[in-house]
Ligand binder design. Structure first.
Ligand SMILES: [Cu+2]
Length: 203
């Protein structure tokens, strides 16, 4: 193949990839959460609520929550329904992991037990809602697993920014969960490329 032909072929392949990308709807939602009466805009889960007539397979990949320096790290984790979370103890002391409820439903409480450094235990979160993680050895430890119905979610950074990637174009209900604030709901119309939203979470 001559050099020219190779370049032409590469350009065609790139154009084809671009066309495929727009057909599969590789869009994103970029947004910022502002807060009123809450100490921080960080660690707020933003997610697309149930999409009618759309079902998602549970993810195969596990999500890790570390118990490190006497804290659940990260403090807030959002996962798609059906995700298995690995709780790993990285501290030289034993940690326990339990949640007294999921979104206030005490029937969904669970105690995973207590285990030493270097070991982990896993749990598949099939129920929607926020599991409030605690350790019965160290009352100061707390964390959250926010189980959401779609693969379209994010957790805000310290400035309240978030990006939800790879979402097909369409109209969706965007919801927020926060440790201290009320849940919010907003309809978003995701068009090709990037859709920008602003959300406000109040105490
Ligand atoms: Cu602990």
């Amino acid at each position: 193949m001559t050099g020219n032909k190779a370049i032409w072929k590469a350009a065609l392949a790139a154009a084809f990839a671009l066309a495929l990308g727009s057909m599969s709807g590789a869009n994103e939602i970029k947004g910022k959460v502002s807060v009123q009466g809450i100490k921080s805009a960080e660690n707020i889960a933003v997610y697309v609520d149930v999409i009618p007539d759309k079902k998602f397979d549970p993810p195969i990949e596990h999500v890790l929550i570390d118990q490190k320096k006497m804290a659940f790290q990260p403090h807030v984790v959002a996962v798609q329904q059906g995700t298995t979370v690995d709780f790993q103890n990285s501290d030289p002391v034993g940690h326990n992991v339990y949640w007294p409820a999921i979104s206030g439903n005490k029937k969904l409480s669970h105690n995973l037990g207590t285990w030493p450094k270097g070991e982990k235990k896993s749990f598949q979160f099939n129920d929607l809602g926020a599991a409030s993680l605690l350790c019965n050895v160290h009352p100061e430890m707390s964390g959250y697993v926010v189980v959401v119905p779609t693969p379209y979610f994010a957790v805000t950074d310290k400035d309240g920014n978030f990006t939800i990637k790879n979402i097909p174009a369409g109209k969706y209900t965007l919801k927020t969960w926060s440790e201290d604030g009320k849940p919010t709901t907003q309809v978003v119309d995701v068009s090709p490329a990037t859709t920008t939203v602003e959300l406000a979470v109040k105490k």
